[in-house]
Design a protein around this ligand. Sequence first.
Ligand SMILES: Nc1ncnc2c1ncn2[C@@H]1O[C@H](COP(=O)(O)OP(=O)(O)OP(=O)(O)O)[C@@H](O)[C@H]1O
Ligand SMILES: [Mg+2]
Length: 403
Amino acid sequence: MKEDEVALLKARIAELEHRVKISQQTLRQYALIKRKHKEALDFLNSQKRFTASIIESSSHAVIAINHQKRVVLFNGAAERIFGYTKKEMLNKDTLHLIIPPKYYKDHVRAVDHFLKTGESIGIIGGRVELEGQRRDGTLFPVRIGFGVGENNGKRVIIANIEDITKERRQSQMMQQHNKLAAMGEMIGAIAHQWRQPLNTLATAVQNLELDYAEGLLCDEQYVKEFIQKNKQIIKFMSKTIDDFRSFVRIDTEKESFDVMEATQDVVNMLSAQLNHHGIKVSVRGESFLFKGYRSEFQQVIMNLLSNAKDALLQADVVEPTVTVTISKGKIEVCDNGGGIDESVLPRIFEPYFTTKKEQGTGLGLYMSKMFIEEHMGGTLEALNRGDNACFVIHLRVKDKVHV
Ligand SMILES: Nc1ncnc2c1ncn2[C@@H]1O[C@H](COP(=O)(O)OP(=O)(O)OP(=O)(O)O)[C@@H](O)[C@H]1O
Ligand SMILES: [Mg+2]
């Protein structure tokens, strides 16, 4: 072989070796990419399984619908809560089975609007309390959180639904408990309220015999006065009972009521008892009309007055006073019993929080806050003003000031 041929061959071999090297490198890179791809896929799948197991093990029902309004997710809790199986619900437009008819129209409107425009009507990202419908047709209270997600590039709407039947029942129980306590207090107040007029009536009746003996019963004027005076007493006693009945009643419908009148009725019922303890109560300011649950509002006033009375009896102040000041949309109940201990102030609205040992249930302020804030959309706050403990209720009113 010639020298130049040898050189050429060597050059070829070198080139081939170089190519082999590059191919080997490419192969190695390819294998690496393949491995990374598999790892990524495995990771994605494990994430998917992880998410699915979170959703499946959740105690809340998790339901999602796609852009065609078909149910694409219906977890185990949803099956338990609503009584339908995944098989019955999935891949079909089946939400009408679990949404009560009264909400269904609004639901369709909100979903259509969102799917078309991407705009929420305010519930996505938020939480609402509504009702759900079980397979047997019964309705139950639910708290729903809405969110949005994507499935294969298309929008899905996700609902996270909590069955709050137990929570509601517990809250109703607490409500009843507090109502009973307030009624007990009221009955005590009525006993006080009646003691004096009953004594007067009893004395008047006892004196009838004497009056007869003295021939007074033939005196028309005397008899008229006798009747008039005692009728007045009976009227007062019967008013106490009427006020009490309106207080005991459980309101089912909101009504427009005069806030000062409703407050005054409670104060009247308690006045004899408060007087007995030397406590002065004054209701002042300008009244307004509010649409809400009258007896729940009265229960709040009752709780605040009862707390003020307890504080005043404990504080032993010279001139124990409770002042209720009313102005449009605002009711303030203040007492000069020394104020609320700063160390307990942050906790007084917690359920069962009391500093009165066995004497208190600790539900008074918790229920009051719930009535005002959740049932009437207002606020109830506590603050100290010097030696005075003040409770401030704010109510949203649209009405004109009513005098
Ligand atoms: N006017 C007030 N002055 C001082 N402390 C108060 C006043 N009102 C409430 N508190 C404090 O707040 C606590 C909670 O009040 P809340 O009405 O919820 O329960 P309670 O009065 O202890 O029990 P219940 O209302 O069932 O009799 C009271 O125990 C008391 O320590
Ligand atoms: Mg109380």
